[in-house]
Design a protein around this ligand. Structure first.
Ligand SMILES: [Zn+2]
Length: 331
């Protein structure tokens, strides 16, 4: 269903591992301006300060209509109802931070927060595949892997807002140690960092591999690995085969469990069309027929990789009526 078109502005703030992207977004889904600011996350204090600095710097430069609200996608454990950034390993948040209250006092605007993958899923529900389907999963494969689940039009959160940790499903018995402390997790095989780690570890055994060049030039990333696999490079093919099987098993399990109508991929690793095709084929070949019969598509997100978090954070501010949400400020 098309959302009502209007020109009210909200801010979407995507707190990522290396940068904070702030965007001014219309409630009809157009990013009017976006800018990246550095993330300093050596300590809890620096993470919070860099978030504050990014928003205030953007607002100083922004010369369009004043925003009605600020939405922020954060990494880690987020208490979205009470506005608390509870914990994050990546952002060094070790003590709960009342981030909504802090920012509402500073900017005198309503502030809404959520986990970054939930934000991306809300954006997909609002502006993307959600316009034609009420049952889908959004699987983000970047440095880490997580998914958002939409069932009957609503985001599934679980008891503590942690539903969708697909990256920590075990897909290889006797697999590698994962950052979560367990073994054989999907993320430890197909996450962007894991793919590069596999290539670097195996390169000495493949001196003829074409991946030696991007490695020496500092350009070894998932896309280079998949393109080399597509060209028949033996090392790259071995990594891609393992990654296809691991992600394929994860997605098949998810599909059989949740019976989605669409499976939507986002994240830097899924930008490679060839790899997406390999995974798509695995899923079509291995999913139970009565689940498969209802899958209308395995596709990619409507946003480009860099903007999905900003869109999603902005969507936190938009109500069911298509207008900026209102709430009493915590001042
Ligand atoms: Zn894990």
């Amino acid at each position: 269903m098309q959302q009502p078109i209007n020109h009210r502005i909200v801010l979407g703030v995507d707190f990522g591992a290396t940068k904070i992207q702030v965007g001014a977004i219309t409630c009809s889904g157009k990013i009017l301006a976006a800018k990246k600011f550095p993330t300093c996350r050596n300590s809890q204090k620096e993470s919070v300060a860099s978030l504050q600095n990014a928003i205030s710097s953007f607002l100083k430069e922004w010369d369009g209509p004043p925003p009605d609200a600020i939405g922020i996608g954060l990494v880690g454990d987020i208490d979205w109802i009470n506005g608390i950034w509870v914990y994050s390993m990546n952002a060094k948040i070790s003590e709960p931070v009342p981030i909504v209250s802090i920012l509402e006092k500073q900017f005198s605007l309503p502030v809404f927060i959520d986990n970054d993958v939930n934000c991306a899923t809300i954006a997909e529900n609002y502006f993307g595949i959600g316009r034609i389907s009420k049952h889908f999963v959004l699987i983000n494969v970047g440095t880490g892997i997580a998914c958002g689940i939409v069932d009957n039009g609503r985001l599934v959160r679980g008891v503590s807002n942690s539903a969708g940790e697909l990256g920590h499903n075990c897909v290889e018995t006797n697999g590698d140690l994962c950052s979560c402390g367990y073994f054989g997790c999907l993320e430890s095989i197909v996450g962007g960092a894991a793919l590069i780690r596999s290539a670097v570890t195996m390169l000495p055994s493949y001196p003829e591999s074409s991946l030696n060049t991007p490695y020496e030039e500092g350009n070894l990333h998932s896309n280079a690995i998949f393109e080399a696999a597509r060209s028949g490079d033996q090392l790259a093919m071995a990594i891609a085969r393992r990654a296809t099987k691991a992600l394929g098993i994860g997605v098949v399990n998810l599909a059989n469990l949740l019976n989605p109508e669409y499976i939507v991929f986002a994240g830097s690793v899924m930008r490679n069309e060839w790899f997406l095709d390999q995974v798509r084929k695995f899923v079509y070949d291995n999913t139970m027929v009565m689940t498969l019969n209802y899958i209308e598509g395995i596709t990619t997100s409507f946003t480009n990789v860099g903007d999905v978090g900003t869109y999603g954070a902005g969507c936190l501010c938009i109500g069911a009526d298509g207008l900026p949400r209102k709430k009493a400020l915590s001042v």
